[in-house]
Design a protein around this ligand. Structure first.
Ligand SMILES: Nc1ncnc2c1ncn2[C@@H]1O[C@H](COP(=O)(O)OP(=O)(O)OP(=O)(O)O)[C@@H](O)[C@H]1O
Length: 788
């Protein structure tokens, strides 16, 4: 039997893409207030979880395959689970045979066996369903082993049957269950099933502040804190054994020379030490696991927040933004350290202090208490100074990162214009600034830690001295004194850590303020609880009145009235800086007007779900940024179920095929970060080809052929003409006369807004100062302030 049949056996209750889509649909039906997800969003969530399977399956494959043949190797290579493999067609053996990756000669036994289906095994499937709930703004699912009729409907993973929704119990006692295949009844539910009730509660995830986010992520793992706390109680109680052992040895064994007692006590102390070691190791393993989970979840949520920032809100400095976003690591480190400190270190310091009081009296406790107050003062004294320097250092290093990004991206211009020295000067200034601040931070941090160590050492000496004095009066035995000195270490260590923790608090406060600024930026669909996801976009645009400015108080774009009907092909022309690209971004919903609205099919664009808009509107920006990956990745990014055949057909249409067939790697041609490795014209061809594959319902193209030669441009224009159907709206910003052929209406934009708007030929003739022969003059709207 082939190895993957075993695997299939394991995945008998795997979650396929179709199951996942169906579950999302059922959740949306049961919770009408939940955010509706577009198909692409669902696929993105599924693919994210599929990524985890990919990694896991590669590890399992390596383990399970005794002698992998080359062909088998080819069939199970991670590409078999690539995003296009989500297409159910590709899951079939035929698809594997016909895929571009399939080997030419296939082992007969292998052909007979079905290809491993693309599905998520139960654990990952549950993670995908949890993510689905989060994206829809629903409470996370809680998995149970048993289901009661009063909590239905429930999502269920039924071993041997797959994923179902349990709807209820019929009068005949049978369970009514539903799957993508339809409804059916079962007499009993199989053993080993998991259930999660579908709740109709929307939690309004989008409004979460940074503070809430941290609270939420940490509270989700509160059970880990419980385990860690429990382990700490045992470890610390066992640690108490060490000090009591010393006390007994000095007070009972040495005076009586009781060797058997010594053996018993030593054995007990050693066993306690072994237990302590095991418990500590377990605690560290649990802690590491929780930390990993917290880091992954926080990173995910912060990055997601970054992706959801509305385009007009994006800060201009890449460097500052990226280090602001990274700040969550500092906050997470402090929050965890503080939580563990308060939950574990402090209570045990108090417990050990109480034991000291019991053994040696109240006066002995005054020393650590005094030390605690002194440590607190040291921490607070240095916190303010360190915080001030950290703020300046963070700002300087943010600017340095920004400068670095700018220099790397603009290396060519810098070299060509000889601006290297200028950048070097800026770098030098910023480096000096940040190094000076860093030296000050190190200086104060070291001072704080030296003072803490000094206080700890002095307290120990004072404590032993006081103990010895009490012992000399006969109120304390030698054994108790030794036990007290051992315990004092456990009391003083957490107190000694206090200044460091206070300083860490200062640093994390700065990161928190920085990250809070990112969180305060407005997001796509800001303030809209349930963004709309209409069936399809028709492409009727209405702008009753609109104003936009990049910065408050600066002159921006002003549109009095603009109506574009479904299927219209409109060209936007005008002088440089007139606002053509800005208008296109406003009409694409990437920017939000400062005043007024853009209505798309009669709905306020800001109410329409951003992912849905991205799916429906094909937008090519003026400056195209490709992403690191293969040419195939760049062509299919954000798209689902795209076959190689479709990619090649689109490449043929646009002319990109010349790049594909002219390169030894074809579609696997690697594109570096930012799109390095392909020319400007090729980048535009790639963007256009991707758009043909995306099949949008509305087209917004910003100078899509500006870097192309005449021949390539001609082919690209034909491709656009054929792809943008008569009912699809097309808006085209251009300076090139050749592109005007694609449109039948022209809008001339100027700094004051729309100057001329009318049928193409009439507007062109008007611009050339000739009367129109093809359109009556009144069809051309001319703004009174015309100034082209
Ligand atoms: N991100 C930005 N931040 C601030 N101002 C901007 C930004 N982008 C554009 N502008 C300004 O807004 C105005 C309109 O710019 P826009 O790019 O829309 O013009 P355009 O008509 O497309 O120009 P071109 O034909 O040169 O592409 C310009 O004055 C420009 O300086």
């Amino acid at each position: 039997m082939m190895w993957w049949n075993n695997k299939q056996g394991k995945q008998a209750h795997g979650l396929t893409m179709a199951d996942f889509e169906w579950l999302a649909h059922r959740l949306a039906v049961t919770s009408p207030n939940a955010r509706k997800l577009s198909k692409r969003e669902m696929h993105a969530i599924y693919e994210e979880c599929l990524g985890q399977v990919k990694t896991a399956s590669v590890a399992v494959d390596a383990h399970e395959r005794a002698e992998p043949s080359a062909v088998l190797h080819e069939l199970i290579k991670p590409d078999a689970l690539s995003p296009h493999a989500v297409n159910p067609d590709l899951g079939s053996p035929d698809a594997v045979k016909h895929s571009a990756h399939a080997p030419e000669v296939v082992d007969a036994e292998l052909v007979a066996d079905p290809a491993p289906p693309v599905m998520l095994e139960a654990r990952v499937a549950k993670a995908a369903i949890k993510l689905l709930h989060a994206e829809m703004g629903l409470k996370p699912p809680v998995w149970m082993r048993k289901v009661r009729p009063e909590v239905l409907p429930a999502i269920a993973m039924l071993p041997g049957m797959g994923w179902h929704i349990i709807l209820g119990k019929g009068s005949d006692g049978n369970w009514v269950v539903e799957s993508p295949a339809g409804r059916t009844q079962v007499a009993s539910l199989p053993a080993g099933a998991s259930y999660s009730t579908i709740e109709n509660t929307v939690v309004g995830e989008k409004k979460a502040s940074l503070r809430k986010l941290f609270k939420q992520v940490l509270l989700q793992r509160s059970h880990v804190l419980f385990y860690v706390g429990f382990a700490a109680i045992i470890a610390n109680t066992l640690a108490l054994a060490g000090s009591l052992y010393s006390m007994q040895v000095y007070d009972r064994v040495i005076p009586t020379q009781g060797v058997p007692t010594l053996i018993v006590l030593t054995t007990g102390a050693l066993v306690a030490a072994v237990f302590e070691l095991v418990i500590k190791m377990a605690r560290s393993a649990i802690q590491d696991r929780a930390m990993k989970g917290i880091d992954i979840e926080l990173g995910h949520r912060v990055f997601q927040r970054l992706l959801n920032i509305r385009m007009d809100q994006f800060p201009p400095s890449v460097g500052s933004l990226s280090s602001q976003v990274r700040g969550y690591e500092t906050i997470r480190a402090f929050v965890l350290a503080a939580v563990l400190y308060c939950l574990i270190d402090v209570p045990f310091a108090i417990l050990f202090l109480l034991v000291i009081v019991m053994l040696a009296g109240l006066q002995m406790a005054l020393v650590p208490i005094g030390f605690f107050v002194a440590s607190m003062l040291v921490g607070l004294m240095y916190r303010k100074r360190i915080q001030a320097h950290t703020r300046s250092s963070t700002m300087a290093s943010n600017k340095k990162l920004g400068l670095l990004v700018e220099t790397v991206e603009g290396a060519e211009s810098i070299k060509a214009t000889g601006a290297g020295w200028h950048q070097l000067n800026r770098w030098g200034m910023l480096s000096r600034e940040s190094v000076e601040e860093d030296v000050s931070i190190r200086h104060y941090s070291e001072h704080a830690s030296y003072l803490a160590a000094f206080l700890q050492q002095s307290s120990y000496v004072v404590l032993v001295c006081m103990g010895a004095y009490i012992a000399s009066t006969g109120l304390l035995t030698t054994g108790s004194l030794i036990a007290c000195s051992i315990l004092s270490g456990r009391v003083l260590a957490p107190v000694g850590a206090l200044p460091g923790l206070i300083v860490q608090w200062g640093n994390s406060k700065i990161s928190f303020e920085s990250l809070e600024k990112v969180f305060s930026l407005q997001m796509d669909n800001e303030g809209v609880e349930t963004p709309l996801v209409p069936e399809r976009l028709l492409g009727n645009i209405m702008v009753p009145a609109l104003q936009f400015a990049y910065k408050e108080g600066t002159q921006g774009l002003k549109i009095e009235n603009l109506n574009i009907g479904m299927g219209e092909k409109v060209g936007i022309i005008g002088s440089i800086g007139a606002g053509k690209s800005t208008l296109l971004k406003l009409l694409g919903g990437l920017y939000k007007p400062v005043q007024g609205t853009v209505l798309l099919d009669g709905l306020d664009m800001q109410q329409l779900s951003r992912p849905w808009l991205s799916e429906q509107i094909g937008y090519i920006p003026q400056e195209i940024r490709l992403l690191q990956g293969s040419l195939r990745d760049n062509l299919t990014i954000g798209l689902v179920g795209i076959t190689d055949a479709a990619i090649l057909a689109a490449c043929e249409a646009t002319g990109l095929i010349r790049l594909v067939s002219g390169h030894a790697k074809g579609l696997d041609l690697q594109i570096a970060e930012g799109g390095a490795g392909v020319s400007g014209g090729q980048k535009q061809l790639i963007a256009l080809t991707r758009l043909l594959l995306a099949k949008p319902n509305m087209w917004l193209l910003d100078e899509p052929t500006s870097a192309m030669d005449e021949g390539t441009e001609g082919q690209a224009l034909t491709a656009i003409q054929q792809a943008a159907t008569a009912t699809q709206t097309l808006l085209l910003v251009t300076h090139k006369p050749a592109l005007v052929a694609l449109v039948n209406r022209l809008i001339v934009l100027g700094p004051q807004g729309i100057l001329i708007d009318g049928p193409r030929d009439a507007v062109l003739q008007r611009l050339q100062g000739r009367p129109s022969t093809t359109a009556p003059a009144e069809t051309v709207t001319v703004n009174a302030q015309e100034g082209v």
